[in-house]
Design a protein around this ligand. Structure first.
Ligand code: 26V
Length: 826
C-alpha cells in the first residue's frame, strides 16, 4: 500500500481551477474514451466532463464513508423501489461549487453547460412524486451531513418514454444506459447472493432446539452499482446504491455439465430480468410475481449490506437499532421486516421475542396514499412459492399480533378479520401495509392532512391499537435543484438582495417580503419570469417543434395523468373559454397558454383517453383564429425531471386541483410556489400548508374541502343534476360529446363522459366545476393588475421556505430516526 493520504492522490487528479479541469477532460478523452480530444462532440465532452467531476467527488465520498465508520454513526437506510434522479451534470457542478470554472471549460470547447447537459440522459428510475421525493431526500441528507444511504434497483430501463402520435400516448422503452453512465461505480467485487423459491425445512439444531431453514432455493447475484450524491458545498458525498441482478456465478452448473448449454443460458437471462425494467404503474397493485421478486431482491441485498456493516462493529444484536434505522418508502420494501426476522432467527439463532424487539425498533414506514387500490397485497400462494420461509414468519408475526388484538378487544371478531395481516378469503392475500404498521416503531403520512386522514381511514383500527405510532412529516423539495439550478435569473436576483444562505436555509426567503411592493424589484422579478419563458419557448421549439407565445400567461398542469388529479377539470375550463370566445372574441381578457404534460400508466385506459382529449381540444383551439388570440393549449410530450426544470420557472399559474382528500401531499405544488407561480388549487395535501405559509389571498383556493367531499359522498352525489343546472358546464360537456373536438366522432370521448354520468363521477369533477371556473375568472382579474400579481408572486417565493427537503429531513432526523448531522473527520 502506498503511504499516501487520499489528499495527495486527489492532488494528482487535479484541482478545481479551469486549467486542471481542462486537462482532466482531455485526459479522460484519451484514456477513458480512447479518442482525440481535438475532436470532441457534445456527447464525448459531456462524458469526459462527468468523469472529471466524478474524480473530484470520489475522495470526499471515501472520506464521508470513513467518517461514518470511525464515528460509529447511526445511519439511515432509505429503502425505495424508485429514485427519480434526473440529470446530474449541472447539479453536481453546483454542489461542487465549480459552476464558473466548468462554464469556462466548456466555453473553450464552444459549448454551454445547458448544451452539455443536453447530452445526458435522465435517470428516470421512478414514476413520479414518490421517487422524486426519495432523490430530494438524498440531496438533503448529503447537504445536512445526515449519515445515510439510498438503496434501490438499477433498472436497465426506467420509466417509459412517451411520444404523442395522432394525439395519443405511445410508449417506447427508456434505454437510458445505452451509451453508459459516467456517474456510476460498478462494484462487481462486492456482490451478494439472493435466494428465491425453494421450501422451508425444519431441523434440530446442535443445541437441541427445533429450528427452520430455507432449503433448495434458487440463487441470483446482486451487484452494487453506486451513484455519488454530493452535499451542497460541504465536502459530504453520500451513496445511492442500486442493485443490478446477475446470474449466480456458477449458475446451473448441473445443466452446464449435462450439456444443456442453452437451458442454462436461459436461466441466466431470467435472473437478469429482475432488474430489467421499472413497473410503470403508480397506483394499481397488479400482483405480478416479477414485481415481488424485484422487491425481495433489493431488500435482501440491502439488509445483507446493512448487517455486513453492523457485524464489523462487533456489538450485541440489541445494538442494531442504535446503529441503523430503515425507512421504508411505501410498503414496496416491507418484506424487509420478515427478512430481518429470518436473518436474526435462522442465521444468528436469536429467539423470537428478542429478534422481534430489534426489528420493531429498526423499521419506520412512510405511507404515500390513502387510495385503497394502491394498498399492496400479495396472493398468499404466490408469496409462498417465491418466499416460503418468509410466509411462515409472517404467519407467526400475525398469530402473535392477533393474540394481542384479542386481549385488547376481547370478542371483537370483525376487528380481528379487518386487522389480520393475512386476509382470509377464497384467495388469501398478504396485506403489506398492515405488516409495515405492525413491524415498525413509527408510521408517517406525508402532509398534515394526509397524516390525519390515514388515521381516520385505512389505519383507524391500528390507531386504536397503537395510538402513539402515527405521525406526519410534510414533504419537501431540494432548493438546490428546484431553484438554485433550474432558475438562474431568479436565483441571482434573490442572492443579490438577501445573500446566498437561502440555498441551505430556505426559511431566509422570508427576507424578500419587504421587497414585494418595491416597483424596481417587481420589475426585475417580472423580467426574470420573462427570461425563463423565453428559455422555455426555445426548448419547446427545438425539442418538440412546438411554438409557444412568450408573453402570455402560462397556466401549467404537469404531473402524472390520473383521474383524481383532475386534468379533466382543467380541460372543461379550456372548453368553457373556447365557448365564450366563439360567442364573443372579446369576452376573454387575458391571453392564456395552457401547458399540460404527464404520463399515463400504459394500462390506464381513461387516463390515456384524457391525453387524447387534451390534444384534440388543443388542435381545434390552436387553429381557430376566433379563439387562438386568447387561448392556446400545448401538451409537452415525455414529462420528466429535466423537462420540469424548464417548465416550472416559466410558470405563472400552478394547477393543483385534485379532489380534496386524494393527493397525499404533492411536491410539484411546492416547486411552482418556490419559483413564484400562483397556485389555483383545492384544500388538499400540502396545498393547505402552502396556504398557511403564503397566505390565502395570494392563491386561488376553490372547491370542496375533504370534509365536504365526505359529506357529499355520504348524502348521495348526483353529477347529472349539476350538469343540468349549470349552463356553461352543460355546453362544455356537450361539445366534448358532439364531435366538435373529434372530427365529428361522437364515440371517441364517450368513455370519458361515461365516467362522469354512469360511473358516478368518482372524483367529483362536476361538483367543483363552477367554483373552479369562478376561481379562474379571479385569476384573470388579478393578472390584469400587474403590480398585485407580482406582489403575490414574490410572496409565494418568500413563503416557500418551509417546503425545503432540508426541513423535512431534519423532521425525520429528530422525530423518527434519532440521528444528527455529523461533522466529517479531517
Ligand atoms: C404504488 C404502487 C402500487 C403498486 C404498483 C406500483 C406502485 C407504485 C407506486 C405506488 C405509490 C403510489 C403513491 C404515490 O406515488 N404517492 C405520491 O407520493 C408523493 C410523495 O409523497 C406525494 O407527494 C403524492 O401526493 C402522492 O400521490
Amino acid at each position: 500500500m502506498p503511504k499516501k493520504d487520499i489528499a495527495e492522490f486527489l492532488e494528482e487528479i487535479g484541482g478545481m481551477d479551469v486549467e486542471s479541469l481542462v486537462n482532466c477532460v482531455c485526459r479522460h478523452h484519451l484514456s477513458y474514451l480512447g479518442r482525440d480530444y481535438g475532436r470532441t462532440d457534445l456527447f464525448s465532452l459531456y462524458q469526459s466532463l462527468a468523469y472529471t467531476l466524478r474524480d473530484r467527488l470520489v475522495g470526499n465520498w471515501i472520506k464521508t464513508q470513513r467518517s461514518y465508520y470511525n464515528q460509529r454513526a447511526k445511519s439511515v437506510y432509505y429503502l425505495s423501489l424508485e429514485f427519480l434522479t434526473g440529470k446530474s451534470l449541472a447539479s453536481n457542478t453546483i454542489s461542487l461549487g465549480v459552476e464558473k470554472e466548468v462554464t469556462e471549460v466548456l466555453e473553450k470547447f464552444g459549448v454551454t453547460l445547458d448544451e452539455a447537459e443536453g447530452a445526458e440522459a435522465d435517470a428516470g428510475l421512478g414514476n413520479g412524486g414518490l421517487g422524486r421525493l426519495a432523490s430530494c431526500f438524498l440531496d438533503s441528507m448529503a447537504s445536512l451531513g445526515i449519515p445515510g444511504y439510498g438503496y434501490g434497483i438499477r433498472y436497465e430501463y426506467g420509466i417509459f418514454k412517451q411520444a404523442i402520435e395522432n394525439g395519443e400516448q405511445v410508449e417506447a422503452p427508456d434505454d437510458w444506459l445505452h451509451s453508459g453512465n459516467p456517474w456510476e461505480f460498478n462494484r462487481k467485487g462486492f456482490m451478494f447472493t439472493v435466494r428465491l423459491y425453494g421450501r422451508e425445512e425444519q431441523y434440530t439444531h446442535e443445541d437441541g432446539s427445533v429450528r427452520h431453514r430455507w432449503a433448495d432455493s434458487a440463487k441470483v447475484m446482486a451487484v452494487p452499482v453506486d451513484m455519488l450524491i454530493p452535499g451542497y458545498r460541504n465536502g459530504n458525498v453520500i451513496n445511492m446504491r442500486l442493485w443490478e441482478a446477475q446470474p449466480a456465478r456458477r449458475f446451473n452448473f448441473d445443466l452446464f455439465n449435462s450439456g444443456d448449454y442453452i437451458r442454462s443460458m436461459e436461466d441466466a437471462v431470467r435472473s437478469q430480468t429482475i432488474s430489467k425494467v421499472l413497473y410503470p404503474n403508480d397506483r394499481l397493485s397488479e400482483g405480478r410475481e416479477l414485481r415481488l421478486v424485484q422487491q425481495y431482491f433489493f431488500v435482501s441485498a440491502t439488509i445483507q449490506d446493512m448487517m455486513r456493516r453492523f457485524m464489523k462493529l462487533k456489538l450485541d444484536f440489541s445494538e442494531l437499532p442504535n446503529r441503523a434505522v430503515v425507512q421504508l418508502n411505501e410498503t414496496h420494501p416491507a418484506i424487509a421486516i420478515p427478512e430481518l426476522m429470518r436473518i436474526l432467527i435462522d442465521e444468528h439463532m436469536l429467539n423470537w421475542d428478542v429478534a422481534w424487539r430489534i426489528c420493531r425498533r429498526t423499521f419506520a414506514y412512510t405511507n404515500h396514499t390513502v387510495m385503497p387500490e394502491a394498498l399492496e397485497t400479495w396472493p398468499l400462494d404466490m408469496m409462498r412459492k417465491v418466499l416460503p420461509r418468509h410466509v411462515s414468519i409472517i404467519f407467526e408475526i400475525n398469530r402473535r399480533f392477533m393474540e394481542d388484538v384479542k386481549s385488547r378487544f376481547p370478542g371483537d371478531e370483525n376487528r380481528l378479520k379487518r386487522m389480520s395481516i393475512v386476509e382470509d378469503s377464497d384467495s388469501p392475500q398478504v396485506r403489506m401495509a398492515w405488516l409495515a404498521v405492525v413491524g415498525s416503531f413509527i408510521v408517517n403520512g406525508v402532509s398534515a392532512l394526509h397524516g390525519e386522514l390515514i388515521k381516520k381511514s385505512i389505519f383507524q383500527d391500528f390507531v386504536e391499537m397503537y395510538p402513539g405510532r402515527f405521525t406526519s412529516v410534510t414533504n419537501g423539495i431540494t432548493p438546490r435543484r428546484w431553484l438554485r439550478q433550474c432558475n438562474q435569473p431568479l436565483s441571482e436576483l434573490i442572492t443579490e438582495k438577501i445573500g446566498e444562505d437561502w440555498v441551505t436555509d430556505l426559511a431566509q426567503l422570508r427576507k424578500l417580503e419587504p421587497l414585494a411592493e418595491d416597483p424596481e424589484f417587481q420589475d426585475r422579478w417580472y423580467k426574470c419570469k420573462l427570461k425563463e419563458k423565453q428559455r422555455l419557448v426555445e426548448y419547446a421549439r427545438s425539442e418538440y417543434g412546438l411554438y409557444l407565445p412568450a408573453d402570455w400567461m402560462y397556466d401549467v398542469h404537469v404531473k402524472r395523468i390520473h383521474e383524481y388529479k383532475r386534468q379533466l377539470l382543467n380541460v372543461l375550463h379550456a372548453v368553457t373559454l373556447y365557448c365564450r370566445l366563439k360567442k364573443d372574441p372579446n369576452s376573454v381578457t387575458v391571453p392564456r397558454l395552457k401547458i399540460f404534460a404527464g404520463k399515463a400508466a400504459p394500462g390506464y385506459f381513461i387516463a390515456k383517453r384524457i391525453i387524447r382529449l387534451i390534444n384534440s381540444v388543443g388542435a381545434v383551439v390552436n387553429s381557430d383564429s376566433a379563439v387562438n388570440h386568447k387561448l392556446r393549449i400545448a401538451f409537452m410530450p415525455n414529462y420528466r425531471v429535466s423537462q420540469a426544470e424548464r417548465i416550472i420557472p416559466a410558470t405563472d399559474l400552478s394547477e393543483q386541483i385534485s379532489l380534496a382528500g386524494t393527493e397525499a401531499s404533492g411536491t410539484g405544488n411546492m416547486k411552482f410556489a418556490l419559483n413564484g407561480a400562483l397556485t389555483i388549487g383545492t384544500l388538499d395535501g400540502a396545498n393547505i400548508e402552502i396556504m398557511e405559509e403564503v397566505g390565502r389571498e395570494h392563491m386561488f383556493i376553490f372547491g370542496m374541502d375533504a370534509d365536504e367531499v365526505g359529506a357529499r359522498r355520504h348524502n348521495g352525489y348526483n353529477p347529472s343534476e349539476i350538469a343540468s343546472t349549470d349552463q356553461e358546464l352543460a355546453e362544455a360537456l356537450h361539445y366534448i360529446g358532439d364531435g366538435t373536438f373529434s372530427e365529428g366522432d361522437r364515440e371517441l370521448f364517450r368513455p370519458i363522459l361515461d365516467t362522469l354520468f354512469n360511473g358516478g363521477d368518482q372524483y367529483m369533477v362536476l361538483a367543483d366545476y363552477r367554483s373552479y371556473v369562478d376561481a379562474q375568472d379571479r385569476v384573470d382579474e388579478l393578472w390584469m393588475d400587474c403590480k398585485k400579481w407580482l406582489r403575490s408572486s414574490i410572496l409565494n417565493t418568500a413563503g416557500s421556505g418551509h417546503f425545503s427537503s432540508d426541513r423535512a429531513i431534519m423532521d425525520y432526523a429528530r422525530n423518527i430516526w434519532g440521528v444528527r448531522p455529523m461533522k466529517m473527520d479531517k
